[in-house]
Every structure is written in structure tokens, then in C-alpha cells.
Design a protein around this ligand. Structure first.
Ligand SMILES: *Cc1c(COP(=O)(O)O)cnc(C)c1O
Length: 222
């Protein structure tokens, strides 16, 4: 299957999931996750009209996106992987949205660095809905309070919540929890659902689905 065909299938599945959902979110964005893929195949996806992309590493994104962005108008690049303090200035320069705000320290660093350059990407707070020790994210119990802290103390533009459910669990309860927390926090954005479960996420109110391998094919990390 070509990436063109894959993208078309994903778009059709999204429309189907939207029309089947009880309360689909009005705005639903497809974030095409291009990590590990080269500029050539990413350009093919851009040529199909896709404009929103996700990358999980700052350094990898720096190697391909400055040129892709300069060649293509209206690209919106999302950072969906963990952010280190020493990469924050680089991330603010390249990314339009950061979905992985996951601790107080990084929130403070984003506030400080964005004040220096006079702009800040839109931000999502990552919630560790499965309370997995190896995974980044604020615990569900502290998520609403953390959003308030980021907004009130740091004046950060938090627009939503993001989660990555445990790989070996039914994602439904995690998606439902994220939706509930976003509502409690008064946030519109809900980033959830990947290649294996974006239709479920849409049924449960996702505003952003992050789909990689279903568009680009299986990843090769070697
Ligand atoms: C890689 C990745 C995705 C996309 O995963 P696929 O299963 O390839 O769709 C989504 N979200 C995050 C945070 C990722 O790192």
C-alpha cells in the first residue's frame, strides 16, 4: 500500500468513526506522526494535503523539518515526545504545538524560554492515565491542579490534555478518563488515539488523533 492510499483509508475511517460517535468532537485533527521517516515520504504526505505532523524527538525533527517547513506553507508541527530542559529553546523555535508538558520543571522552563522569544506554542499537558512508572505524564489525580498552575502561575497557553494508554490494556477507560479530566479542567483539546485505536478515541471525544504507522507503514528503528 502506498502512503497516499494509507492516508485515504485513515481519513475514511476517521469520517466513519465521527459519524458513528454519539458526541463526536466538532474539531477533529489528524496528526500524522512522521518519526523515523525521511523527508521524501513526508513530502508525499504533505502533497496529499496533510498539514499537521507529529515528531517525538527534538533533534530528529531539527534534521528534517526546517527545510520541509520552508518549502511548504501552513505546516503545524507537534512535539509528542518527552522534552528535556536543555532542548526547550530548540523545541520552542521549531514546534507549533507541544503535547508533552509533563512536569513542573519543564513548564517553568517553557515559560522562561518563551518569555525570551516573545511567543509560546500551544501546549497540552500529558497525563499518565495508566500510572506507568516508565511513562511520562502527570498523574490523573494531579492533572487538573497542574493545568491551573500552568495557566495561573505561569500564564502558559494550555489548550488540552494528551495521553498514551498502556500498550497492553483496553484503551477505552483511559480515553474516557482523559475526556473527563479535560472537561474538569475546562480544556477543549483532547489528544488521544494512535494507529491501533484512533477510532475508539474518536468515539470517546478525541480532538486530535496521532497516527503514524497506519499512514507511513511499519517503523524501522535500525
Ligand atoms: C509514535 C507515536 C504515535 C503514533 O504511533 P502509531 O502506532 O505508529 O500510530 C502516537 N503518539 C505518540 C506519543 C507516539 O510516540
Amino acid at each position: 500500500m502506498s502512503v497516499q492510499q494509507n492516508l485515504q483509508t485513515v481519513r475514511q475511517n476517521i469520517e466513519k468513526a465521527k459519524s458513528n460517535a454519539l458526541k463526536p468532537s466538532k474539531e477533529l485533527e489528524l496528526v500524522a506522526v512522521s518519526k523515523t521517516y525521511g523527508a521524501d515520504v513526508i513530502q508525499e504526505v504533505i502533497d496529499e494535503g496533510q498539514r499537521i505532523f507529529g515528531e517525538n524527538r527534538v533533534q530528529e525533527a531539527q534534521g528534517k523539518w526546517p527545510e520541509l517547513k520552508s518549502k511548504n506553507a501552513d505546516i503545524e508541527l507537534h512535539l509528542i515526545g518527552p522534552l528535556q530542559s536543555n532542548k526547550t529553546a530548540d523545541a520552542l523555535a521549531l514546534f507549533d504545538v507541544i503535547e508533552s508538558v509533563d512536569r513542573e520543571k519543564i513548564a517553568r522552563t517553557i515559560a522562561k524560554e518563551s518569555a525570551k522569544i516573545g511567543k509560546c506554542p500551544d501546549l497540552f499537558v500529558q497525563v499518565n492515565t495508566g500510572l506507568e512508572p516508565q511513562k511520562a505524564g502527570i498523574s490523573p489525580d494531579e492533572a487538573v491542579e497542574f493545568v491551573r498552575f500552568c495557566q495561573d502561575e505561569l500564564s502558559l497557553p494550555i489548550i488540552g490534555l494528551m495521553c498514551i494508554p498502556p500498550a497492553d490494556e483496553n484503551p477505552g477507560p483511559h480515553f474516557a478518563l482523559l475526556q473527563k479530566l479535560a472537561q474538569q479542567a475546562g480544556l477543549k483539546g483532547i489528544s488521544m488515539g494512535m494507529s491501533g485505536d484512533y477510532e475508539t478515541a474518536i468515539a470517546l471525544g478525541a480532538t486530535h488523533v496521532r497516527v503514524g504507522s497506519a499512514i507511513f507503514g511499519a517503523r524501522d528503528y535500525t
